[in-house]
Design a protein around this ligand. Structure first.
Ligand SMILES: CC(C)=CCC/C(C)=C/CC/C(C)=C/CC/C(C)=C/CC/C(C)=C/CC/C(C)=C/CC/C(C)=C/COP(=O)(O)OP(=O)(O)O
Ligand SMILES: O=P(O)(O)OC[C@@H](O)CO
Ligand SMILES: [Mg+2]
Length: 228
């Protein structure tokens, strides 16, 4: 079984975006700890299956980050389930999860499920708008949310999400200071090895997404920045 707390670097591939076989091979053979399949727009069973079967040519662990019930398919090593703990609507904290368990409860292998306590901080990103996230948080709030995720809800992952923009490193530090055992994931706007290194100083795992599609060389340089 995989221990996500050992992961320092992951790439996130979006099933709604095109990637050539050549670039996909570079990503999967880069030395990253895992490849996550996930996104927020037009995620369908078809495009998830297509991407999963292409990634499956390689040995890298392959994870589905579930964003809609309709796009869940079998065949991944792990399933990451976001719960947006700073959402102002219970639907995104546990409502859709209840619906999914009603539908898939019998089929679920709980050993494959990893719940991520998402704290979305970039007010301009799609996920913040979708989930009505309260992004106006002080460092004390962020630290407290991290501790709630670990000590009250006992979540294995606390995910500081700045999707699309490089975030505030003081916020990453604040989150880390509220955690003992839960892994801190940081994702958002990492597009250079320096940013990867800086985020990786405080986060246990960095997540690199969009830059894969605009500058593959820069994307690949983030792996060595945190895996030495
Ligand atoms: C048959 C079989 C294999 C069964 C498996 C069983 C299984 C895995 C069951 C699932 C159980 C379960 C509890 C599912 C949860 C269902 C669900 C829909 C939960 C809600 C998830 C959620 C809170 C979504 C909100 C959006 C969000 C936080 C998405 C995370 C990813 C994200 C932020 C991506 C960024 O997207 P991107 O497109 O890159 O955005 P940018 O434009 O900003 O770049
Ligand atoms: O796409 P970027 O901005 O790299 O963010 C990565 C990830 O946190 C998105 O969910
Ligand atoms: Mg993206």
């Amino acid at each position: 079984m995989y221990d996500v707390r050992e992961w320092k670097h992951v790439f996130k591939l979006d099933p709604d975006k095109e990637i050539s076989d050549e670039h996909l091979e570079l990503i999967c053979e880069s030395g990253t700890d895992a490849v996550i399949v996930g996104g927020s727009d037009n995620i369908t069973q078809d495009n998830v299956l297509q991407l999963m079967s292409r990634i499956r040519r390689y040995l890298v662990p392959c994870v589905l980050e579930v964003s809609t019930i309709e796009s869940i398919i079998p065949g991944f090593d792990l399933y990451f389930i976001p719960s947006v703990i700073n959402s102002s609507s219970p639907q995104w904290i546990l409502g859709l999860h209840k619906d999914a368990v009603k539908e898939f409860g019998e089929l679920m292998d709980w050993n494959e499920i990893v719940v991520e306590g998402y704290c979305i901080l970039n007010e301009d990103c799609k996920a913040a708008a979708l989930t009505a996230a309260d992004t106006n948080l002080s460092y004390e709030d962020i630290k407290a949310y991290a501790t709630v995720a670990e000590k009250i809800f006992q979540l294995p992952v606390f995910y500081l999400e700045y999707s699309g923009a490089f975030g505030d490193l003081e916020a990453v530090k604040a989150a880390k200071s509220g955690l003992e055992n839960t892994a801190l994931f940081y994702g958002g706007g990492i597009s250079t090895k320096e940013q990867a290194e800086a985020a990786g100083e405080h986060a246990d795992t960095i997540v690199v997404g969009n830059i894969i599609y605009t500058n593959i060389k820069a994307a690949l340089s983030t792996v060595g920045a945190v895996k030495k």
